[in-house]
Design a protein around this ligand. Structure first.
Ligand SMILES: Nc1nc2c(c(=O)[nH]1)N[C@H]1C(S)=C(S)[C@@H](COP(=O)(O)O)O[C@H]1N2
Ligand SMILES: [Mo]
Length: 158
């Protein structure tokens, strides 16, 4: 069963499985109510942060796909509303929706701004990593690379 790995500088890593994610506070029954076009049940990133109580100096969150092929590193301050979509009904979120775990920023900035943008809505999330300063970020930095990424996505290569 897939689980969410959580790392923070100076602390041992943790894993949260489906049951543990469901047991957290900050549940959103249906993201479609607040984010048009999206489906699934989610937990607020804030609920995970409340549990971790990270050190104040950790100011960036890096969200990485399971295979490490895609990652976004965003200032934590801009992710106060961010969600981890982890279920559809009582089942894990399907792969065609970016599951089993998908990062979702409800009020995202559109693509390729480098901040809390739509490109940071990482699919197939494997880990969240809290660091001081930015971490690994593979988001496309030019319109051309962005287009190429989506072409490759459509071919199913990531
Ligand atoms: N694992 C993974 N997540 C990813 C990507 C990717 O290539 N791999 N592309 C990102 C980009 S650039 C965008 S714009 C959004 C698109 O997701 P959507 O089609 O669900 O809107 O997913 C993001 N998440
Ligand atoms: Mo994007």
């Amino acid at each position: 069963m897939s689980s969410l790995r959580i790392e923070q500088t100076g602390q041992p890593a943790e894993e949260l499985n489906f049951e543990q994610l469901s047991a957290l506070g900050g549940q959103i029954e249906d993201v479609s109510q607040s984010v048009p076009g999206r489906v699934g049940g989610a937990v607020r990133l804030q609920a995970i942060l409340d549990r971790l109580q990270p050190s104040q100096e950790l100011d960036y969150l890096t969200v990485e796909s399971t295979d490490g092929g895609f990652s976004a590193s965003v200032p934590l301050d801009s992710l106060r509303e961010a969600l981890i979509v982890y279920r559809l009904g009582n089942e894990p979120l399907p792969k065609d929706k970016g599951g089993p775990l998908r990062f979702l920023i409800p009020n995202d900035e559109g693509c390729a701004t480098g901040g809390a943008d739509a490109c940071a809505n990482v699919k197939f999330v494997g880990s969240l990593r809290l660091t001081r300063g930015p971490g690994k970020d593979t988001r496309p930095t030019t319109p051309r690379r962005h287009t190429e990424l989506h072409e490759n996505e459509n071919k199913g290569s990531n």
